[in-house]
Design a protein around this ligand. Structure first.
Ligand code: NAP
Length: 299
C-alpha cells in the first residue's frame, strides 16, 4: 500500500517545496489549497479552504500524514480557533498517522494564548497523533516572494529593504531547508514528539542582507530602518491588509526576530547544522546561495 501525504498551503513558500521532496521520497502527495496545483505523476490536487469546512473531509480521505500550514488563518477568519479545532477533530477520525505542523520560532518560549500558532501547537499536541512541530525563524524567501515587508516589489522597484532592527543579526532560513526537514519528519520514524527550532547557517544584519542581494542583482539595494512593529503594520495597512492581519504579522515578526538572537547580541542557533545534515543528507542553504537562485525576483 502506498503512503499519501496531504500538504496544506501547497502554493506557499514551504508547501510548494515540500511537494517535490516528498515525490522524490516515493510517496503520493495530495496538494491542497484554494488555488489548484497542477496534477502530475505522484501529485494529486484537492481543494482545501480553512473557511469552508465542507472541503476538510475530501482532503483527508485516505491520507496517512498531513503537513499543516494554518498560521495565516488570523488573516481572514474572526474566530480562527473554530476551523482549527474542526480540522484536528476530523484528522484524528480519518486515521492520520503522522502530523508535521509549521509553527514559528518563539511560539513555545513566549506563549501568547491569542496566538493562532500556539493554538495549533496545542491542538497537535492534544490530538494523540504522532507529531512534529517545526519552529522556523524568519524565511529568506520573505525577501523574494512576499507582499508583506520587506516586500519583494519594493526591493525590485525602489531598491530598498524597509524593515526595523537592521543592526540585529538574524539567522534567516531557506524554506527549501524547512521543507527538507518537513519531508523527513512526514515520512521517517524518529521525529515524533519533537519540536525543531530551525534557523539558518549564519546570522546577518539587514545591511549585510542588502549587500548580498546587491551582489546577486548587480545594483545597489540598501536597507532603510523603520520603526519597530509599527513600521511593519503601517506598510501592510498601506498595502490594503486588515488591521488584525497587519498587527498579527507585526507581532509575529518582532517575536521571530527577538527569539533569533541572544541578549548579548549574538545570534542564537536552532537545530545544530550537523543535525540538519543528519536529517536531510545535505548542508543548510546559505543566504548567498539563496540570492543566486532568487535574483530574478529583484530584477
Ligand atoms: N514568513 C516567515 O518568515 C515565517 C517564519 C516562521 C513561520 N512562518 C509561518 O509560516 C506559515 C506560512 O506563512 P507564509 O508567509 O510562508 O505563507 P505561505 O505558506 O507562503 O502562504 C500561505 C499558504 O496558505 C494558503 N492559504 C491561505 N489562506 C488559506 C485558506 N483560507 N485556506 C486554505 N489555504 C489557505 C495559500 O494558498 P491559497 O491562497 O492558494 O489557498 C498559501 O499556499 C504561517 O503560519 C507563518 O506564521 C512564517
Amino acid at each position: 500500500m502506498g503512503f499519501t501525504v496531504l500538504v496544506l498551503g501547497a502554493t506557499g513558500k514551504t508547501g510548494r517545496r515540500v511537494i517535490p521532496q516528498l515525490v522524490q521520497r516515493g510517496v503520493t502527495v495530495r496538494a491542497a489549497g484554494r488555488t489548484p496545483v497542477p496534477e502530475r505523476d505522484g501529485v494529486e490536487a484537492a481543494r482545501f479552504d480553512w473557511q469552508d469546512e465542507g472541503t476538510y473531509q475530501t482532503a483527508l480521505d485516505g491520507v496517512d500524514a498531513v503537513y499543516v500550514v494554518g498560521g495565516h488563518l488570523s488573516d481572514s477568519v474572526s474566530n480562527p480557533t473554530a476551523p482549527a479545532e474542526a480540522f484536528f477533530g476530523r484528522m484524528a477520525d480519518a486515521g492520520v498517522r503522522r502530523v508535521v505542523l509549521l509553527s514559528a520560532s518563539g511560539v513555545d518560549d513566549v506563549p501568547d494564548p491569542e496566538n493562532i500558532l500556539r493554538r495549533f501547537e496545542l491542538f497537535v499536541e492534544g490530538s494523540g497523533i504522532p507529531s512534529t512541530i517545526l519552529r522556523p525563524g524568519v524565511f529568506m524567501q520573505n525577501f523574494s516572494e512576499s507582499n508583506a515587508p520587506p516586500s519583494t516589489a519594493r526591493i525590485r522597484e525602489r531598491s530598498e529593504i524597509a524593515l526595523p532592527g537592521g543592526d540585529v543579526p538574524v539567522s534567516y532560513i531557506s524554506t527549501v531547508d524547512v521543507a527538507a526537514v518537513a519531508a523527513a519528519a512526514l515520512t521517517e520514524d524518529g521525529h515524533e514528539g519533537k519540536g525543531y527550532a530551525l534557523t539558518g547557517p549564519e546570522a546577518l544584519t539587514l545591511p549585510q542582507v542588502a549587500e548580498l542581494i546587491s551582489a546577486a542583482v548587480g545594483r545597489t539595494v540598501r536597507h532603510v530602518e523603520t520603526r519597530p512593529e509599527e513600521g511593519i503594520r503601517d506598510v501592510l495597512l498601506a498595502d490594503g491588509a486588515t488591521v488584525e492581519y497587519a498587527e498579527y504579522v507585526a507581532r509575529l515578526y518582532v517575536m521571530s526576530v527577538r527569539s533569533g538572537y541572544g541578549t548579548d547580541g549574538s545570534a542564537m542557533t536552532g537545530l545544530p547544522a550537523e543535525d540538519f545534515t543528519t536529517i536531510t543528507g545535505r548542508p543548510m542553504t546559505t543566504f548567498a546561495e539563496f540570492t543566486k537562485g532568487a535574483a530574478d525576483a529583484w530584477r
